[in-house]
Design a protein around this ligand. Structure first.
Ligand code: AMP
Ligand code: ZN
Length: 141
């Protein structure tokens, strides 16, 4: 629990949330400013700011719940798909500093495009640069 965290306040029932799933570790509720009807947030009940702060078992629990909720949300609002994503850290646009997974219903022809549309063309990397990056990620685990 973090004193000034809006999502902790929802977990504690201090402010209302339209809860669609709850277990010991995870809560899911409707986003108050939805990007599409049925936009749902999946959070750990414990306060952790980013994915890097999240214990592995909680990350697995979030992934399981998001996986199970996505088809339920789609069915509930008659969506054709979902975009499931984390804004992880301020640089990525995270505004609420309590880990949350967005489950955003998508509709044929909604025009928003894939996550790739955020990034445009991306950097041009040669094979050596890609190999070095792969090594660095393997070393960090
Ligand atoms: P992010 O930019 O990834 O941090 O997203 C935060 C999300 O939390 C936004 O989609 C907001 O609409 C949503 N949000 C903020 N306050 C509340 C609240 N009290 N209840 C439900 N959703 C909220
Ligand atoms: Zn919190």
């Amino acid at each position: 629990m973090s004193a000034d965290c809006i999502f902790c306040a929802i977990v504690d029932g201090e402010i209302p949330g339209n809860v669609v799933y709850e277990d010991e570790d995870v809560l899911a509720f409707l986003d108050a400013n939805p990007l599409a009807k049925g936009h749902t947030l999946v959070i750990p009940k414990a306060h952790h700011e980013t994915l890097g702060d999240l214990p592995g078992d909680l990350g697995a629990a979030i992934g399981r719940v998001a996986t199970e909720l996505a088809p339920a949300v789609e069915a509930a609002v008659d969506a054709d798909g979902t975009t499931v994503a984390f804004n992880n850290g301020e640089a990525a646009g995270q505004e609420v500093p309590h880990v949350h997974c967005h489950v955003v219903p998508r509709f044929d022809g909604d025009g928003y495009g894939p996550i790739h549309a955020l990034f445009g063309a991306g950097p041009e990397l040669d094979d050596d640069e890609i190999a070095t990056i792969g090594d660095a990620i393997r070393d960090e685990q």
